[in-house]
Design a protein around this ligand. Sequence first.
Ligand code: AMP
Length: 290
Amino acid sequence: MTVPAGRPVTEETIGGLRARLDEARSGGHRVGLVPTMGFLHAGHRSLIEHARSENDLVVVSIFVNPLQFNPGEDFDDYPRDLDHDLAVCARAGADIVFTPGQDEMYPEPVATTVRLGALADVLCGASRPGHFDGVATVVAKLFAIVGECSAYFGEKDFQQLTIVSRMAKDLSLPVSVVGCPTVREPDGLALSSRNAYLSEAERAQAPVLRRALEAGEALVEAGETDGAVVEARMTSVISDAPLATLDYAAAVSPTTLTRSQQPLQGDVRLLVAVRFGKARLIDNLGCRTG
Ligand code: AMP
């Protein structure tokens, strides 16, 4: 198949997408997949560009997945702008934009879902029960639809990246999961579709997530090996922002996402989740004990 150039093709059906990808793979093309919920920003664009640099055919999926929202969360209000998203996909070099409707992905209530183990119970999973099972279910479905490919996920959602990588491995899915660095605003705030919810005053305080992580990192690199001390330091930085409500500040092993190493040893992942009004923001960084 000739790889389409210029504006990406929009595909709404599972069958149509499969046919295009099977044809591409039979011609020896490597397929890259970037799963998203739309309202694309420069973070998503970096994933698409990464996929573009390593594959012959790049698929971006845009689907706001109801299974990963709990009752009372922002599924109905989640920001959507398909025209803008198509322009971002075109600029970043995507070939196909997969935009299935709810009826295409879930024509009837699902009777089968992915149930995750301990990785999904901690951090964001503790405050959003069932969220990661919903993520894993839609990602498994996307992997089954797309087939053999490399799939690009942001480190911004580090727990999600860890869970999806493990799921692909545990279930022997024909997908190589690639993690991509977090893209930030100049003041350190990680780009997120949910930043659109922030008031001006909340936006001004939101870089506190990054500052808390950097304070934690400085302690770890200076030799602090007590995870509780590192977490207390990050918590204290966040408490300086009057509009912020802390969900968690954690210093954990990057593979188990728990304090399986106490004292901290080797690679450490620092993660924070903070509410600003309606927006729940997350960020993280990796460091090593000094
Ligand atoms: P979402 O549309 O929020 O579900 O995100 C789709 C993908 O984009 C996920 O793999 C996210 O981790 C990734 N992503 C979101 N924000 C960023 C960012 N600021 N930098 C890099 N990747 C990101």
